[in-house]
Design a protein around this ligand. Sequence first.
Ligand SMILES: [Zn+2]
Ligand SMILES: [Zn+2]
Length: 307
Amino acid sequence: MLHGPEDLRVEAVADPQPGPGDVLVRVEAATTCGTDVKMWRRGHPILGPYPARFGHETAGRRADTGERVLVGDSVACGRCAPCAAGRPQICRAPRWVLGGFAEAIAAPAEALHPLPDGLEPAGAAMAEPLAAAVHALDRAPRRELAPDAGVLGGGPMGQMLAALLVAEGRTVTLADPHPERRTQAEALGAMSAERVRDCDVVFEAVGHPDAWRAAVDACAPGGTVVFVGGCATGTDAALPTRPLHYDELDLRGAFHHSPAEVDRALALLAEGSVDWRSLAAGPIGLDDLPAALAEAGGPARKWVVVP
Ligand SMILES: [Zn+2]
Ligand SMILES: [Zn+2]
């Protein structure tokens, strides 16, 4: 239970009570992510009131049927304008499903995705962030129009973006100040650098205004920037007007994912197109979670929590 910023406690609590249409899922693995770090350190708009459950990359078994499932972290309302336009990832009234860092989670049945055979729970949990990477690629021009891709940020999201872009046959350069993260990108078949320039498409996967600016600077004339990293609430980024206007840069946000993209990510993980093991660390228990979230720098990795 998160009781406030950096106040995370392991407590014995009753199983969450499933509401109408909900299913209790016994958690087999939950992976950590940058969003969890933000929630732990400073709170987050989608976090419930304290004490709050969190953890949103969750795989386990339905308590009622025993079926192995990924617990999707949101259900769109299906009624708002973006939902009607086929863009559930920007639903105006989603129900967020948090609480994977626990032995059990109650989730709406619509949030559950059956797992492909042979995919381990830790790999399945990573379908949540991978689906966001799948969605970010969908927001970019296709390979024929943008063969040279840059990725700013070598955290787990940047590494997943690089893996997908390499698999599409693009030339990929990942920029990150940490040499161990550049080495990880090279192992995926990307090139690495401290800075990238002249890319047809640039993916910002840092979530800091300086990186938003660097992404614009790294884009070739006529190119596209896809902003994948969310900055702290209330942050402004100052972007140069000249290339936006005279070089006709396209700036596009990419947020979250659709249920279909989650299923696509599960299939990519099950067939081995994306190697989740290279990002997995642990397994650890719930008691180790605060230290794992406090970890800074180092290689890109996602801790596998087995509650
Ligand atoms: Zn995540
Ligand atoms: Zn909606």
